[in-house]
Design a protein. Structure first.
Length: 333
């Protein structure tokens, strides 16, 4: 399938390091880059250890075992190819979270996947959370917590991201649980939440930034809303451009999605777009191998990022958008 990618324009010529809007030395406003579909960017989706980059598992792609966190998109050599009907938006009878996460969603965590999930503890899953040393003695000792020893420390209290809009949480301080604030444009709540491949991309990006002595970027809810909305719009309206068919710019879309610093913008911002690859690793490689897109991923002024991946339509089938921001704000929570 044809693969394409682009970064924001500030003129007809490539201007790496152009800081037209914000004064940030590493703000990228470059000419539109396109890959004509040679296959090199997309062909590496299962060639590297992309699985553990996003999920923290110790197993590696290439060990001949389809481990938790690996699937046909990020580790084809262990898990086999994706189902032929994968990407049509429907989880068919012959599709699973392993052979078609795009349609069926990511595989749910299970005890034994080497990650102590919030629903696991030393009592329910010692394989992931470690043995309970003094759990059950009636005292919440050092090293014990609500996650590792609920019997002594009590159940974990409500927290943003647990899927429940608890007392004290609102649309403003926890959009992931309580829904986006009224008036915020972009994607809906269901698709604003990062899927497995988007989470994996954040892992790959921050690993790459660390290798280049840069701090991590954190996913920002309002920027996720803007990025996902643009990816869905490109898919649904069948176009590929930084400028929306309604004339919107990346910062305008971010502003409309309630990232207030995007109104202007009043912080360093940049955008990468790509199309044709469903997996995080292949899209990461696409951008890494393009100087302008690579400069955005290694932008020293950026601290937050929005990720949006839309599948199942348009000329290219899959559309990615990354929006980078210089500062965190309340709408990112």
């Amino acid at each position: 399938m044809l693969k394409r990618f682009g970064l924001l324009l500030c003129s007809a010529t490539l201007l790496v390091g152009c800081n037209l809007l914000t004064g940030a030395a590493d703000f990228e406003l470059g000419g539109s880059d396109e890959n004509d579909g040679s296959g090199t960017a997309g062909g590496s989706a299962g060639s590297g250890p992309s699985g553990e980059a996003g999920n923290g598992n110790s197993a590696q792609c290439g060990d001949a075992v389809c481990n938790p966190g690996e699937n046909c998109e990020n580790c084809q050599q262990d898990c086999g190819p994706c189902s032929e009907s994968c990407g049509d938006g429907s989880c068919s009878a012959d599709e699973t979270c392993t052979n078609c996460p795009s349609d069926c969603g990511p595989c749910q965590p299970v005890c034994g996947d080497a990650t102590c999930e919030s629903s696991e503890s030393c009592e329910s899953c010692a394989a992931d959370c470690g043995p309970c040393v003094s759990c059950g003695d009636g005292s919440c000792n050092g090293g014990e917590s609500c996650e590792s020893c609920a019997a002594d420390c009590g159940p974990c209290g409500p927290q943003c991201g647990d899927g429940t809009c608890d007392p004290g949480e609102t649309q403003e301080n926890c959009a992931s649980d309580c829904g986006s604030p009224s008036g915020c444009a972009g994607a809906g709540d269901a698709t604003t939440t990062l899927d497995a491949e988007e989470v994996a991309f954040v892992g790959l990006l921050n690993q790459y930034r660390a290798q280049n002595n840069l701090g991590p970027v954190t996913a920002c809810t309002s920027l996720n809303r803007a990025a996902q909305g643009h990816s869905e719009d490109m898919r649904d309206q069948n176009y590929f451009d930084h400028t929306g068919l309604n004339g919107s710019s990346p910062w305008g879309r971010s502003c409309d999605a309630c990232y207030e610093l995007g109104c202007g913008p009043n912080t360093a911002m940049a955008e990468n777009i790509a199309a044709g690859n469903s997996g995080a690793q292949a899209t990461f490689n696409q951008w890494k191998n393009s100087p302008g897109h690579n400069a955005n991923m290694l932008g020293g002024s950026f601290t937050v990022v929005g990720i949006g991946r839309a599948t199942g339509g348009g000329q290219y089938g899959v559309y990615w958008t990354n929006v980078f921001g210089g500062d965190e704000e309340g709408s990112c929570n």
